[in-house]
Write a protein that binds this ligand. Structure first.
Ligand SMILES: Cc1cc2nc3c(=O)[nH]c(=O)nc-3n(C[C@H](O)[C@H](O)[C@H](O)COP(=O)(O)OP(=O)(O)OC[C@H]3O[C@@H](n4cnc5c(N)ncnc54)[C@H](O)[C@@H]3O)c2cc1C
Length: 227
């Protein structure tokens, strides 16, 4: 499980919020909507009618999305979610119908995968956050309107051996996904994978070492399998 953090990647249990965790060692704790349904409903029901209209439900989604990122699944289609839940076409949601919506959203809660892509985005996020905060003991990110961490899946690219790689943009938010590109695999993708790895090397030294590694493997095979 690693270190539990909040959405700003601050380690839970550190009162002054001065310790951050990111990458493989960190797990963002994601609160369930259903555990707080009564509070959420009462807060959204500003007219105390025991029912939420579409506008109130939209406001709930908009205001609570930072604390409950699983609400993002409705951000583009709040109206559709409302109509689907309001089966009796009453024009409002009760606690019971709201529950059915929130349960759907809670099912979307997933721990982020232990990948370099996640670690990289979290690293950039914490660097940006620290540049925005002047005091490291800063403990009130919410009040200063700082954005919580949001992972953007850019697709998966993996080497599968035998000079071949595979690429998949399913569920990615990248521009490429807009063109509905299908998954690809094979030798050409291996060159794409290698180009990406090469550009991710920080220094000329590691770039050079990587090129020599590839030449050595090409000539003599991998160390693990040949003697
Ligand atoms: C074989 C393998 C293949 C992978 N392939 C992919 C892939 O294709 N794509 C992908 O996205 N992800 C891949 N991953 C996962 C990816 O490597 C990790 O998710 C990513 O490196 C996590 O980054 P990190 O900074 O959290 O941890 P790390 O990269 O593990 O960095 C942690 C660093 O802390 C150092 N450290 C540990 N303990 C101490 C200590 N006590 N004091 C000081 N330093 C310490 C370690 O030496 C290490 O340098 C792969 C992982 C493995 C093992």
């Amino acid at each position: 499980m690693g270190l539990l953090t909040d959405h700003y990647l601050r380690v839970q249990g550190v009162n002054d919020g001065s310790v951050y965790a990111l990458g493989d060692c960190a797990t963002i704790q994601q609160p369930k909507l259903i555990d707080q349904i009564e509070v959420l409903f009462t807060e959204a029901d500003t007219e105390h009618r025991g029912a939420l209209n579409l506008r109130q439900f939209q406001k709930l989604v908009q205001e609570k999305i930072a604390d409950f990122p699983q609400l993002e699944m409705f951000s583009q289609s709040v109206e559709k979610a409302f109509i689907e839940a309001d089966k009796e076409k009453s024009g409002h949601l009760t606690v019971a119908t709201l529950r059915s919506i929130l349960e759907k959203a809670d099912k979307k809660i997933r721990a982020l995968p232990a990948t370099a892509q996640v670690a990289h985005q979290e690293g950039e996020y914490v660097a940006h956050l620290l540049n925005q905060t002047t005091n490291l003991q800063f403990n009130d990110h919410e009040q200063h309107d700082l954005q919580p961490f949001r992972y953007k899946h850019m697709g998966s690219l993996t080497y599968v051996g035998g000079n071949a790689a595979a690429i998949d943009f399913t569920d990615s938010k990248s521009v490429l996904n807009m063109f509905k590109l299908k998954s690809l695999s094979g030798r050409s993708v291996a060159y794409l994978w290698k180009s990406y790895y090469f550009t991710e090397m920080f220094t000329g030294r590691t770039k050079t070492l990587l090129i020599f590694d590839w030449i050595r493997v090409h000539l003599y095979g991998r160390d693990l399998s040949r003697y």
